[in-house]
Design a binder for this molecule. Structure first.
Ligand code: ADP
Ligand code: ADP
Length: 229
């Protein structure tokens, strides 16, 4: 048993007369504290999987178990609590509230989490001490993603789920963001799952889950993940 256990998980979408097997008997585990990457081309089913792990969607068959609890068995109230306090999300396009400052964005997420860290302190950790009273539109893409990472880790989530977190950034900024995500994940001991189509990200991961056409086509355990230079 890992910290995250996905077992024979299936998710289908009906689009018109077509039935799409977005996740087709997906099985893998992630150990506590690991930094895992789910790698696969567009359409492989990665976002579907992440939405199920984050309690934002439900699977049709099989199970997704996080820290010993089957997400499908949670009541509506437990599910809200799970999303608010146990899970931190980082998205490709940051998803910051545009009319709130960086600090207010982090505070908003922390307010509903009982173990939250101080917003200003976490913004300092991601290198934004001088920018925390700026609105998202006044920040670069890399800086906005730093705010989003601060927002996600400030809750001290058990799991950190990231959907193409470097997808909207240039290579150099993307590398810095990946390093930050990795450092923050290690520092706070959050079990992390990053989904991406960028195979360059795989080198730093403890575990790489390869997906294609809704299926897991391989899992590698990386004994010596390479540091990000
Ligand atoms: P990835 O994140 O790897 O690009 P997705 O999980 O977004 O893959 O999509 C997997 C498959 O499921 C794709 O064929 C996609 O078109 C389909 N799909 C995803 N969401 C929906 C939806 N809401 N309705 C219909 N089909 C969907
Ligand atoms: P509720 O409907 O109970 O408010 P939500 O699913 O809207 O629950 O959000 C709960 C938590 O999940 C948020 O505090 C946030 O951390 C995370 N979350 C979910 N969806 C998003 C999103 N699109 N952008 C940012 N955070 C999100």
């Amino acid at each position: 048993m890992g910290f995250i256990d996905v077992v024979d998980e299936c998710k289908r979408y009906r689009s018109g007369s077509q039935l799409v097997e977005a996740n087709d008997h997906v099985t893998f585990s992630v150990e506590q504290g690991e930094f895992a990457i789910v790698l696969g081309p567009s359409g492989a089913g990665k976002s579907t999987l992440l939405n199920i792990l984050g309690g934002m969607d439900t699977c049709d068959e099989g199970s997704a178990i996080v820290d010993g609890r089957n997400i499908a068995d949670l009541s509506a109230r437990e599910l809200t609590r799970y999303r608010r306090t146990d899970v931190g999300f980082v998205f490709q396009f940051y998803n910051l509230v545009p009319n709130l400052t960086a600090r207010e964005n982090v505070e908003l997420a922390s307010e509903i989490a009982p173990r939250a860290l101080d917003a200003a302190e976490v913004l300092g950790m991601v290198g934004l001490e001088a920018r925390m009273d700026n609105l998202p539109a006044q920040l670069s893409g890399g800086e906005q993603q730093r705010v989003a990472i601060a927002r996600a880790v400030a809750k001290r989530p058990k799991v950190l789920l990231c959907d193409e977190p470097t997808g909207a950034l240039d290579d150099r900024t993307g590398k810095q963001i990946l390093k930050l995500l990795h450092d923050m994940s290690r520092l706070h001991g959050a079990t992390t799952v990053v989904v991406t189509h960028n195979s360059a990200l795989a080198a730093i991961a403890d575990r790489v889950v390869h997906m294609r056409d809704g299926r897991v086509v391989g899992v590698e355990r990386n004994a010596c993940p390479r540091p990000i230079d």
